[in-house]
Design a binder for this molecule. Structure first.
Ligand SMILES: Nc1ncnc2c1ncn2[C@@H]1O[C@H](COP(=O)(O)OP(=O)(O)OP(=O)(O)O)[C@@H](O)[C@H]1O
Ligand SMILES: [Mg+2]
Length: 302
């Protein structure tokens, strides 16, 4: 009698084997691909619905909780952010979008009373337990709501971060390369030594992107980068963002629903510190699963 037949003859052993095999497979899957653990309140049919985005996850947020002093501002957030895509974070004011963004590059820990629980993995590395915060901030660049160039020349703004990191390559080349990537080169190439404050708001914002790119990050976080810009500058910035995703992973906070639908591949909707729904942008905007998402994107609240 072969082994196989012996097993067939003993259903109890077979069931046990199958069960342990399943457990091993489950554990292996969990190691490779920890579930984002959506908590779906089936009875009400309106619980969080988190659909894992397409593509390789660059960033994995796992059961993230965050407090400022006693205030619990991010609650059990689990989500994946795919590499080389644009992920938009949306939701009403105060729901925790900027806080989440700052958790992704360890900027929040500079706030004395803050506390974080859970994990954030970037390329599989836990950035709070196994990485140096300075390295994390270098790999994960940030562009803020208000353009904040340094009071220096355009050239000095771009080279600054690379310089303090001991960049030894060709500086002119790096400056040109970053300004081209930020779609600013053609507008400033003849006045590269001019003061950055002489640029328009939209140009200053693209300069800040060029400055962020110069330290060679692989993720760029943008917190409402177009909110201070006019429609022309905004559309230029949006084109830049779409071009940048070929090389970078981009996470953008925006209050502008049209902007989210124009430039992002995946969208995450937050409400009162909870991730309510995440999906491919087109799905989330055309078929929101949660009534709160629908109310928000159609402008009924927020
Ligand atoms: N440094 C801080 N200290 C204490 N509380 C803070 C701090 N920063 C933010 N908060 C609080 O945390 C909550 C989330 O704020 P956060 O700035 O992340 O919201 P947001 O979604 O970015 O809002 P907005 O759309 O207005 O920018 C808010 O209640 C806010 O008041
Ligand atoms: Mg904010």
């Amino acid at each position: 009698m072969s082994m196989e037949m012996a097993e067939v003859a003993n259903p109890a052993i077979m069931a046990e084997n199958r069960e342990s095999l399943e457990r091993i497979q489950e554990e292996a899957r969990a190691l490779e691909h920890p579930e984002p653990a959506p908590r779906i309140d089936e009875e009400a049919g309106r619980g969080p619905r988190v659909v894992r985005p397409l593509g390789r996850p660059k960033i994995r947020v796992q059961d993230l909780n965050f407090w400022y002093g006693p205030t619990h501002v991010l609650k059990h957030v689990s989500m994946d952010i795919a590499a080389n895509r644009v992920t938009a974070l949306i939701g009403p004011s105060g729901c925790g979008k900027s806080t989440l963004l700052r958790c992704l590059n360890r900027m929040n820990e500079l706030i004395p009373t803050s506390r974080l629980e859970g994990q954030i993995l970037i390329d599989g590395t836990d950035i709070y337990r196994n990485a140096d915060p300075v390295m994390v901030r270098r790999r994960i660049g940030m562009v803020f709501q208000k353009p904040n160039p340094f009071p220096k020349s355009i050239y000095q703004n771009v080279i600054w971060g690379a310089q303090i990191n001991g960049y030894t390559g060709d500086r002119d080349e790096l400056v040109e390369h970053c300004l081209r990537q930020a779609a600013l080169w053609d507008e400033v190439k003849d006045r590269i030594e001019d003061h950055a404050y002489g640029l328009s708001g939209g140009q200053q914002q693209r300069l800040c992107i060029a400055r962020a790119l110069a330290v060679k990050p692989d993720v760029i976080l943008m917190d409402e980068p177009a909110s201070a810009l006019d429609p022309i500058a905004t559309s230029k910035l949006e084109e830049t963002i779409i071009d940048l995703k070929e090389r970078y992973t981009i996470v953008i906070v925006t209050h502008n629903m049209q902007q989210a639908s124009r430039i992002s591949d995946a969208t995450a909707f937050f409400y009162l510190g909870e991730l309510i729904e995440m999906n491919e942008t087109i799905e989330l905007f055309t078929r929101p699963a949660n009534p709160q998402t629908e109310d928000y994107i159609t402008g009924r609240f927020g």
